[in-house]
Write a protein that binds this ligand. Structure first.
Ligand code: PBG
Ligand code: ZN
Length: 323
């Protein structure tokens, strides 16, 4: 006890502080989300996601090269198609926006490409699946997810990331990929995806706000931690290769518990609303932006995430590398 015991002895010298640092953050642990939009020929942005853009297809490769130069090794790709329809056909079109972007990125740089796999950016109603009687029909949606997975894999995706929270989606996708000779393609499962208000800015940029209703019938109620763990357990059994918790900062308890429980790579998604909060406060001079970026990211690592999807990826990587 004090005065013999003094915690400050391991904090005086910067070198000692580094020695006892329990968690680290490296650029290769960060995944940059990227939006490609078929309808534009110049970058498009929205006020709620300052500094992030939807890119025209011919600018995606250049952006990816910048991301690679920052030290990051992976992107998470979202697409905004020319046409939307009730079945989201653009999502499983081999000439679709994401498929074409994947092919062009693969040709020109070495980043790992993870493709978001959902229907909400492709359906005219903005829901993540097929609508039957005003409801998202789980089982009717699975066949479409399987088709999206195979199409994205054929284009060259290294991993697919199903984000629609349909029951059985991981098993359906794994089976389809294996049957179509795509067994090397992994599944990063958005397993513990909460029904969160923090997706708002994303929906502004991606144009994926549901035209009516909400996503409470399939995304997890923010009050439920145990249920989130059960979702993850099911995805492990269904054949996921990586698990994800989303959003990140409001759900650090879930990340912690998942990292203790599952012998699996764990990813956390610092979502658009988390990004927007930091950017808005920093813009007013109320917080130090770079410090807030680093503190939030190391906190997510401390909770147990191996890697983090974050809109700050490229910038954080540059900060870490002193570029
Ligand atoms: C699509 C999807 C969403 C996000 C990732 N994939 C939005 C949603 O579920 O409405 C959110 C990402 C973010 O907010 O950064 N299902
Ligand atoms: Zn969706």
């Amino acid at each position: 006890m004090f005065p013999q015991e003094r915690m400050r002895r391991i904090r005086y010298h910067a070198g000692v502080r580094d020695l006892v640092r329990e968690n680290r953050l490296a650029p290769e642990q960060l995944i940059q989300p990227l939006f490609v939009d078929e309808n534009i020929d110049q970058r498009r942005s929205v006020p709620s996601l300052p500094g992030q853009c939807a890119l025209p297809p011919d600018q995606v490769l250049r952006e990816c090269r910048e991301i690679e130069a920052s030290g990051c090794r992976a992107v998470l790709l979202f697409g905004i198609p020319k046409r939307k329809d009730p079945l989201g056909k653009g999502a499983y079109d081999d000439e679709g926006v994401v498929q074409r972007a994947v092919r062009s990125i693969k040709k020109g740089c070495g980043l790992a490409i993870i493709t978001d796999l959902c229907l909400c950016e492709y359906t005219d109603h903005g829901h993540c699946g097929v609508m039957v009687d005003e409801e998202v029909d789980n089982d009717a949606t699975l066949g479409l997810y399987a088709r999206i997975a195979v199409s994205q894999a054929r284009a060259g995706a290294d991993m697919v990331a199903p984000s629609g929270m349909m029951d059985g989606q991981v098993a359906a996708i794994r089976q389809a990929l294996d049957q179509q000779g795509q067994s090397r393609v992994g599944i990063m499962a958005y397993s513990a995806k909460f029904c969160s208000c923090f997706y708002g800015p994303f929906r502004d940029l991606a144009g994926s706000r549901p035209s009516h209703g909400d996503r409470r019938s399939h995304q997890i109620d923010p009050a439920n931690g145990r249920q989130a763990l059960r979702e993850m357990e099911l995805d492990v059994e269904e054949g996921a290769d990586m698990l994800m918790v989303k959003p990140a900062l409001p759900y650090l308890d879930v990340i912690k518990e998942a990292s203790n429980r599952f012998e699996m790579p764990l990813c956390a998604f610092q979502v658009s609303g988390e990004y927007a909060m930091v950017m808005a406060a920093a813009e007013r001079g109320w917080i130090d932006r770079d410090a807030a970026i680093m503190e939030s990211l190391i906190s997510i690592r401390r909770a147990g995430a191996d890697c983090i999807v974050t809109y700050f990826a490229k910038e954080a990587a540059r900060l870490l590398e002193g570029k």
